[in-house]
Design a protein around this ligand. Structure first.
Ligand SMILES: [Zn+2]
Length: 87
């Protein structure tokens, strides 16, 4: 019987890049019933601390993150707000 993938497990690890003071969320999702991992769509492979990328096998999404207040949020960007003190 083919699994319809009804239940999921998701894991998020946060890695801290020591020398750069940057942070990245590493996200993986698999079916809880059959164990098949899910592939992320629409992301380019690579590493981008200011964006979202995917591992070469497509199974791990990596998204750059910051503590709140260190970078303008989307609303502040819309309003033309900028923070010049970045790493
Ligand atoms: Zn499944």
């Amino acid at each position: 019987m083919t699994c319809k993938h009804m239940n999921f497990d998701a894991s998020v690890d946060v890695c801290r890049i020591e020398d750069k003071g940057r942070f990245m969320a590493e996200i993986r999702i698999h079916c809880k019933d059959c164990g098949v991992p899910f592939q992320f769509m629409g992301l380019n492979p690579g590493l981008d601390f200011n964006g979202a990328t995917v591992s070469l096998d497509g199974l791990e999404a990596n998204i750059g993150i910051h503590p709140q207040g260190q970078q303008p949020n989307p609303l502040q960007k819309l309003m033309g707000y900028s923070i010049n003190k970045t790493n």
